[in-house]
Write a protein of this length. Structure first.
Lengths: 301, 469
């Protein structure tokens, strides 16, 4: 199954929702625009962004004389995809590389690390996993299971140990073994906790100083997150200077619209999206394809 | 991050100042603001539509209190309506009287916080005199059972793990285990599942059929967005839960999902989960939630947080301060308490109108560094100096400045602030001695107010004044 199909599958609900509007006969009336706005808001895009996007589209439609559903969909998909900045470098294939995963509790950091380690191993890269979540009960055990599944070594310490020291160890280990990719899982924390954010800033700065290879900090964000996702991304970005995002759990009915808002506000690229439970279900992100799938463009060809 | 509702409405109504009554147009424009506020709080779009329509109706017909401004009147109507919808009374956990063990089953999406909430619930029930048993029925996520076992160990509650493969069997065995060991409540922690995952939903139903739970609680992430209605309505349809635990409420998400859940499923919210510690599961208060959703500040939240931080030792300290005066060690303690409670910025943000103050004050308002600077200055004083700050003369000031790496002026400012606080304590001491005549009580209350809200405004510059706590 190709990326496109997976995306289409994962985003079926939202596509259907938007398609409903676009197939409401040929006439584009006031009700249509209102309905469109509503649907975008329902996709967690945020009221502000939704209004902006639909206003822009309305202007464009008048300017370019767009009438048909297909044209409007394509225009909307392009309009939305323009909000996403392109990644200058993919930290998971341009090796050597060290990536730290940060985010709030339950966003899917550990699972993402496990999946990426599996993909790296399959691609023939030497990969070491760092278990710097020394806080949550059984986080280390969970990561070790992923290490066995993916065939990658896990470097960690006992629960309660200093997470920065784990990063130091894992980078040293990677240099000893000549590994290409280092993936570090950190403890989930709310962006509103200043103490925990300071701790994380230390972890990041220790890793940046210690590692010879380029270090990337990636925020993992759950697609079901609402408008608070913006606050999360902003706080993490302020504290850690993020390099990009991974959006997880796009296989549900959540539309992941908050990704549009974050990309628009913070200009952060999206490195991967999670569209399923399997080890291969973490896909590269293609903004146009993502937005096309979101609005249902090119459907029924 | 967001404008609080009253601020937004205020700007809408600024244009209407002086008007005796509001026209329908005025109310419509106020409702637009309310709609945006609710959408920003992640209340589901359809729910917002219905709610705003109902509020408008109420505003048109409601009795207008003349003591309030038009903006306040609208806010009052909206707040009442919201509180009512969220559940007009606190709904507690209902346990069956005639069945032992009682079974509570937890369900929810991945990462919503079920395992943590299970342990917290066990802790709460244990504190109430029950003897809970935790059943680790999440057989899908790696090491989920280990997590529950660790948490159970920390709070002294037994955990039944079974073979860790068949969730239904683990659940059934846990009940037998509870009977054998005289546990009166079994809390069944299940795997996280997407509501569209047929296989996993069927598993949840199978567990439910096997253990016939007395209560099914759904854990819902307070940060969740619009999609939460799809999730809860499917869960309500398939497994039919009895109540909701809102998790991750210690963040700054406004938690509009709570209103969506109530509106779409009619199920009550029973608990809110406020942090990582086992004792952070709290009873749900609809009125507070309503204010939070509208971004109106959470005064009770501050009080409770303050209460949590204050222990008996500190109460004794407060009494001593009142009787003997306020020394530099007390000042230091207060600074540290503010930091424990999440810093000045967070606390001011929680006050009504606080967000507006923060925005107006700019970034140096509530500067956390300032607290650190004051702390370093106090820490450069000798024990004697801290107990008797009046002893600090010019030479000592110079030494303290050098020791803390600050200027003498800054040291002077800290001493001045201390002096003001001590003066305040002195006045309160007089009242405390003078008994509780009505007049002095009133004055005292006024003074408390000055210390609290009034002091806040003075936090901008170091010299400006007193710390409020």
């Amino acid at each position: 199954m190709g990326l496109r199909d997976r995306l289409l599958q994962g985003l079926t609900r939202s596509r259907e929702a938007l398609s409903e509007i676009f197939y409401m006969g040929g006439e584009v009336d006031e009700e249509f625009w209102e309905e469109l706005e509503d649907r975008l808001v329902m996709g967690d895009m945020g009221a502000e962004v939704a209004l902006k996007v639909s206003d822009d589209l309305r202007e464009q439609a008048a300017r370019e004389n767009l009438r048909s559903a297909g044209q409007l969909k394509e225009a909307l998909a392009r309009r939305l995809s323009e909000l996403f900045p392109a990644a200058a470098r993919d930290p998971f294939s341009d090796v050597p590389s060290c990536v730290l995963f940060v985010g709030i509790n339950g966003a899917g950091k550990t699972t993402t690390v496990g999946k990426l380690a599996g993909a790296a191993h399959q691609a023939g890269l030497g990969c070491v996993i760092g278990g710097a979540d020394t806080f949550r009960a059984a986080a280390i055990e969970q990561l070790q299971v992923w290490g066995e599944r993916s065939g990658c070594e896990v470097v960690t310490r006992e629960r309660g140990a200093d997470p920065a020291s784990v990063c130091y160890d894992v980078v040293a280990r990677a240099e000893d073994t000549g590994a290409d990719l280092v993936l570090v899982d950190t403890a989930g924390r709310l962006h509103t906790s200043p103490e925990l954010m300071r701790e994380l800033a230390k972890v990041v700065s220790v890793t940046r100083r210690r590692a010879q290879m380029p270090v990337c900090v990636v925020l993992v964000i759950d697609a079901t997150t609402g408008q608070n996702g913006l606050a999360q991304a902003k706080e993490f970005n302020d504290a850690l200077d993020l390099d990009g995002l991974i959006v997880t759990k796009l296989d549900g009915t959540a539309k992941g619209g908050i990704a549009v808002g974050i990309a628009d506000k913070l200009k952060l690229p999206i490195f991967r999206i999670g569209v399923g439970e399997g080890i291969d279900d973490l896909q590269a992100f293609d903004a146009l394809e993502f937005c096309r799938a979101l609005v249902g463009a090119g459907e029924g060809k | 991050m967001f404008d609080s509702l009253s601020d937004r409405l205020q700007s809408t109504f600024d244009a209407l100042r002086g008007k005796g009554r509001l026209t329908e147009d005025d109310i419509s424009s106020a409702m637009r603001e309310i709609r945006m506020a609710l959408l920003e709080a992640d209340v589901n779009y359809r729910v917002v539509k219905g709610f705003v329509a109902a509020c408008k109706e109420k505003c048109m017909t409601a009795e207008v209190l003349s003591s309030l401004t038009p903006a306040q009147n609208v806010v009052r109507v909206v707040l009442d309506q919201l509180t009512q919808l969220l559940g007009s009374s606190e709904s507690k956990l209902v346990l069956a009287q005639n069945r032992t063990p009682n079974v509570i089953m937890m369900v929810g999406l991945q990462g919503s916080g079920k395992t943590t909430a299970s342990a917290k619930l066990a802790y709460l029930l244990k504190a109430q005199g029950h003897s809970p048993l935790l059943a680790a029925c999440d057989t899908h996520r790696p090491a989920a059972a280990d997590q529950l076992a660790t948490l159970g160990g920390e709070i002294g509650v037994r955990v039944w793990r079974g073979d860790g493969k068949d969730a239904v069997r683990v659940a059934s065995e846990a009940i037998q285990e509870a009977v054998d060991h005289l546990n009166d409540i079994v809390i069944v922690d299940t795997a996280g599942r997407l509501q569209i995952d047929e296989e996993m939903m069927a598993e949840a139903v199978a567990i439910k059929d096997a253990v016939r739970p007395d209560q099914i609680l759904m854990v819902v992430d307070a940060m969740g967005g619009q999609d939460i209605v799809n999730v809860v309505s499917t869960f309500a349809e398939r497994v039919d839960f009895d109540g909701v635990i809102m998790s991750k409420m210690d963040g700054d998400a406004r938690g509009g999902g709570a209103l969506s859940v109530r509106e779409v499923t009619g199920k009550p919210i029973k608990f809110v989960s406020m942090g990582e510690k086992p004792d952070s599961l709290e009873v749900f208060h609809p009125d507070r939630m309503a204010k939070r959703i509208l971004g109106m500040g959470d005064v009770y939240g501050i009080i409770e947080q303050a209460q949590k931080v204050a222990d008996e030792q500190q109460l004794a300290d407060a009494e001593r301060m009142l009787l003997e005066g306020f020394n530099m060690n007390d000042y230091l303690d207060q600074l540290q308490q503010i930091r424990k409670m999440g810093g000045l910025q967070k606390m001011i943000g929680m006050l009504p109108g606080g967000e507006r103050m923060l925005r107006q004050g700019g970034s140096d308002m509530a500067d956390e560094d300032q607290l650190v600077r004051i702390e370093s200055i106090i820490r450069s004083m000798t024990t004697e100096e801290r107990l008797k700050p009046k002893k600090i003369n010019g030479q000592r000031r110079k030494r303290i400045a050098a020791g803390s790496g600050r200027s003498v002026q800054e040291v002077n400012q800290v001493l001045k602030q201390w002096g003001e606080m001590n003066k305040m304590m002195g006045k309160m001491r007089q009242f405390a001695k003078g008994g509780s005549s009505k007049k002095s009580m009133r004055q005292m209350r006024g003074m408390m107010r000055n210390m609290g809200m009034g002091g806040m405004g003075g936090l901008g510059g170091m010299g400006a004044g007193k710390l409020p706590f």
